[in-house]
Design a protein around this ligand. Structure first.
Ligand SMILES: *Cc1c(COP(=O)(O)O)cnc(C)c1O
Length: 429
């Protein structure tokens, strides 16, 4: 018997994300967490779990990193929050400068918000208004099959409906254009054709570079990304890269758009969030090139970008993000990602031979075992029983750990994956 749940853990008033709450037995209540340190989550009953997914891929330095804690504590003493219109604070302005320096090309105009979905909404609005400022009414976007860009209505409209996230809103969706990622010759010709016929109404193409995350951790190569950039240029359509998941080292480079070999592409707009604060506080940024930004500068007040979240550039979150960037500068994060990639590839490889395993793939600090089922989520309890926190969904079991994870902890995670997938394979494969 598990220890009794703490008294605050009832489902009388909390509405859970992505959860059918009618079916929740006591056994599947969310696990009560009392602390988290490094790679470990501490449960109320005294157990600890090794975290394989870094809280939706955010906690890239592990939990409670002392440098981020200290920065946020100091900021809390000095100025926890103040509005960002008419007033300015150092952590926000410094962070904008640092992001501009870090991002490739002339991505240098930073608009802050509080979540990834909102950063995408902002990018979509910027793209539409960019064209309007040149007298063009372009209100459509091209997005890709298996893409995911968030849960708010605009972001949802460019998310592949088939990922099953939002059937209820089908009638409310803004009609967008969906394409296959242009990998083969035929797909490239088709994508080119779509752009050629639609470019006068398409404001931008939006894509997650190199890794489609919530749509199933599907990888594609830098070549395909470069093709998308070149096609956008040929038809004078903007390119929005959603690096909310891939940004800050996850794929092995600071930003996935820098490519597998560093060749890379520069988008017109880029969206950042998730690991921006090292997984500590909500913050997002939409960053534009000079070309996009300049289209909003004119003699007319109505040409301004009319958007301004209440908690825009929250100083605590900006202090956390600045501290997280310090850690990327001071500590060998990208080498750690490379070492994790090597270990993931080696240790997940045995899954490939198991009946029912469709694919095993690794990019940076993301390791994926794809199964011949869409019910991989049923495997979640088996991971908790093995003392690890891994959350399979759709047809995949995946790991996306903190970059600071030590070898033995990662080995424990991959061993759990091999174990659980082997058991599943024997029963179902
Ligand atoms: C998580 C995610 C989002 C949405 O971010 P939220 O902060 O959850 O709104 C958008 N795009 C991608 C690629 C993501 O991984």
């Amino acid at each position: 018997m598990p220890a009794a749940a703490p008294p605050w853990l009832t489902l009388d008033h909390v509405w859970l994300p992505y959860t059918q709450m009618a079916q929740m037995a006591t056994a599947t209540l969310p696990l009560p967490v009392v602390g988290a340190q490094g790679a470990r989550i501490e449960l109320a009953d005294g157990r600890t779990l090794i975290d394989g997914i870094a809280s939706w891929w955010t906690a890239c330095h592990g939990y409670k990193h002392p440098h981020i804690r200290a920065a946020v504590a100091a900021q809390l003493d000095q100025l926890p929050h103040v509005m960002f219109a008419g007033l300015a604070h150092e952590p926000g302005y410094t962070l904008a400068q640092r992001l501009a320096r870090l991002l490739p090309g002339d991505l240098e105009h930073v608009f802050f918000s509080e979540s990834g979905s909102v950063a995408v909404e902002i990018a979509l609005k910027m793209a539409v208004q960019f064209w309007r400022s040149q007298g063009q009414d372009r209100h459509r976007f091209i997005a890709f099959r298996h893409g995911y860009h968030g849960d708010t209505l605009g972001a949802l409209s460019v998310t592949d409906p088939a990922t099953g996230f939002h059937d209820a809103f089908a009638a409310w969706r803004l009609p967008q254009l969906f394409a296959e990622l242009p990998r083969s010759e035929a797909e490239r010709a088709e994508f080119e054709q779509l752009l050629a016929t639609q470019c006068t109404q398409v404001a931008a193409v939006i894509v997650e570079p190199l890794v489609q995350g919530a749509g199933g951790m599907r990888f594609f190569d830098a070549d395909t990304l470069a093709f998308i950039r070149a096609a956008c240029d040929r038809h004078d359509v903007l390119l929005i890269l959603d690096e909310i998941m891939t940004g800050f080292g996850r794929t092995g480079r600071m930003f996935a758009c820098q490519g597998d070999d560093g060749a890379g592409v520069v988008p017109d707009l880029i969206c950042l969030s998730k690991a921006l604060t090292g997984g500590t506080l909500p913050l997002a940024a939409t960053v534009a090139t000079a070309r996009v930004f300049d289209a909003f500068r004119s003699a007319h007040a109505e040409d301004a970008f009319m958007h301004g979240p209440t908690f825009m550039a929250n100083p605590l979150a900006c202090a956390a993000a600045n501290a997280s960037l310090d850690l990327f500068e001071r500590e060998p994060r990208l080498q750690q990602v490379a070492a994790i990639a090597t270990q993931l590839a080696e240790e997940l490889e045995p899954c490939r031979a198991l009946p029912g395993v469709v694919d095993v793939r690794v990019k940076g600090a993301i390791g994926v075992v794809q199964l011949a089922t869409t019910e991989a989520s049923a495997l979640r309890p088996a991971f908790v029983e093995r003392g690890v926190w891994v959350r399979p969904f759709g047809d995949i079991v995946y790991l996306a750990p903190a970059f600071t994870m030590v070898r033995d902890d990662l080995a424990a995670l991959t061993a759990a994956v091999v174990d659980v997938v082997s058991d599943w394979s024997r029963a179902h494969g």
